[in-house]
Design a protein around this ligand. Structure first.
Ligand code: MN9
Length: 295
């Protein structure tokens, strides 16, 4: 089993003007991010609009990415779904196509007991026989996987990593202290340095798609014992993130990639496409902080 530490873009799903999945765009995106030096790819997560895609579309994007990556970098496929059966089907599919690990948010919408949530993850592991990355994003799911009795799940030998999309760094430090072999991948790009300082050994992020070099340099500065340089880089990242979050981060990421020559289209409804004014703001903040002319 591969060590899942590293820097991963959370890939968006390129779409045509009609809202269909753009396979060619997705292949181009995979080549683009691999050329930036990322360690792996995270497919079908929040940034991919996974909960706005059909099950068949989710299988298709996983297949396209796994085929195009061709083993050059690690691939984690997010297989979380509204119910166990669909998540198991997606997990078996990820395994059949050569993913390195599966990942899942806890089951959403209905209020489940701790036992039911742990049972959901155990079903995914047992039925797919895959290593699992728990995707903790309490702001979206309303469930915090690093608090209370639910943390028992991290003791399972097949639970190899945590995607920590939370700014509570105390909980990150504690979950790692109690589970020393667990790998933590930081989930909020704007909190990467904080995550590193509390034991994360990598990150999964939407803005990695177009500024992977900044995150690689930030990690390297942290490891080289240069906290001022790491903080300077985090500040540049955060100036970009601030604007993107204000205009709508997923559409902003798609637009940033479009500016870099990888046409990603817009997000599906209910997300609203960026206005021209929002596009101008995104372009200006990228030009300022990435120091490269954009298309
Ligand atoms: O996958 C992303 N998570 C969400 C990671 O969007 C929920 C992050 O990269 C954020 O987009 C980013 C902005 O808040 O940190």
């Amino acid at each position: 089993m591969k060590n899942l530490s590293g820097i991963y873009p959370a890939l968006p799903t390129p779409m045509s003007a009609e809202g269909e999945i753009n396979d060619a765009g997705l292949r181009k995106l995979v080549d683009y991010v691999i050329a930036q030096g990322v360690d792996g790819l995270y497919v079908g997560g929040s940034t991919a609009e996974s909960f706005l895609l059909t099950e068949d579309e989710r299988k298709k994007i996983a297949e396209v990415v796994l085929h195009q990556a061709a083993g050059k970098v690690k691939v984690i496929v997010h297989t979380g779904a509204g119910g166990t059966d669909a998540a198991v089907r997606l997990s078996k599919h990820a395994r059949a196509h050569g993913a390195d690990a599966i990942s899942s948010v806890p089951p959403i919408y209905f209020k489940y007991t701790t036992e039911e949530i742990i049972g959901y993850y155990l079903d995914l592991i047992d039925q797919s026989d895959m290593p699992l990355v728990v995707y903790n994003i309490p702001a979206f799911t309303g469930i915090n996987m690093t608090q209370g009795a639910i943390r028992e799940l991290f003791k399972h030998p097949r639970v190899v990593a945590l995607k920590h999309t939370n700014t509570n760094m105390y909980e990150l430090e504690r979950v790692l202290a109690h589970n020393p072999s667990l790998i933590a991948l930081n989930g909020y790009d704007e909190a990467f340095l904080s995550g590193l300082s509390m034991g994360a050994s990598g990150m999964i992020g939407s803005t990695v798609n177009f500024m992977a070099g900044k995150f690689i340099a930030l990690r390297d500065a942290f490891r080289a014992g240069q906290p001022a340089e790491a903080l300077r880089l985090q500040g540049e990242v955060n100036e970009v993130v601030e604007t993107m979050v204000e205009v709508g981060v997923f559409n902003a990421v798609k637009y940033a990639m479009t500016l870099r020559g990888v046409d990603c289209g817009s997000c599906r409804g209910p997300f609203k496409p960026l206005t021209d004014a929002a596009k101008q703001r995104v372009k200006a903040v990228l030009e300022k902080n990435l120091g490269e002319p954009l298309r």
